[in-house]
Design a protein around this ligand. Sequence first.
Ligand code: C5P
Length: 307
Amino acid sequence: MASPLTEAEVVRVRVAAKINLALRSGPRRNDGYHSLATVFQAVSLYDEVEARWAEPDVFTVTVLGDQADLVPTDDTNLAIRAARLLRDLVAAEPVGVNLVIRKSIPVTGGMAGGSADAAAALLACAVLWDLDVSPEEMRDFGARLGADVPFALTGGTALGTDRGDQIAPVLSRGSYHWVLAFSEEGLSTPEVFATFDELGEVSDELTVPPELLSALVSADPVELGKTLINDLQPAALAMRPDLARIIQAGVELGAVGAVVSGSGPTVALLAANEADAVDLSVHLSALGLCRAVKRVSGPVPGARLLT
Ligand code: C5P
């Protein structure tokens, strides 16, 4: 290591949540995962991760902010696992880190919050420890931690294949205005996939709608709204029938599209423009159907240094 930062210094990384504009899933594979064809969009809802120098082999995490009490702070924490993985694979000398995560992304909300924190921890520790790691290596390390981590590193709009961890950029013009409906209770991704298996509604062909890709090219939110698709949505709705009311209310209040985000339970409502998104969020909030309502836009970049 050339010149590690001193104890007083801090590295800050900001990382965005994701929505799946399309999520097509095949059947369960022998490795327990499902082959996917998914279109991710990173949206302006951010966690922040701070990394400070610690004694060699000391790895700690403190979680602050929304739902912080729901995040484990032991060695199962995905950000700690990211830091340890980077230490094991790259660091030439003994290192340690004290991490602080400021959460805004819902926990077990279908928006890849844990994966986002892992991506941010990888970047923050690579800078703190002054490691020479290429973007490709970062994505490879990320994929070992979770299927959504490579996308959390890159952000923007991207096609995800295999487990969702093989990322290719997708051409997207314009900015899209979303209203997110957060639930009181989260949903476990493995349980949603298990329910998906039980329902047996597997996509024969793992393709995303071509109309969705054209809508992104032509910056057409109305067309995009019509083409949003999530194969996990029937499973999420079977486990949480109340989500159907949020989707219905969103459409009645003028959303041009509505979809469960990933494995849920967050519902993403697409507005035609920013003014409509403001109206939609105010009126949806007043109905009291969900824990919180948040207005975001996308696409935005993935994990980025703040200092
Ligand atoms: O990769 P990650 O740990 O985030 O995935 C959480 C769980 O979601 C997996 O253990 C698996 O049960 C399920 N999953 C899946 N197929 C995928 C991605 C996730 O079955 N492509």
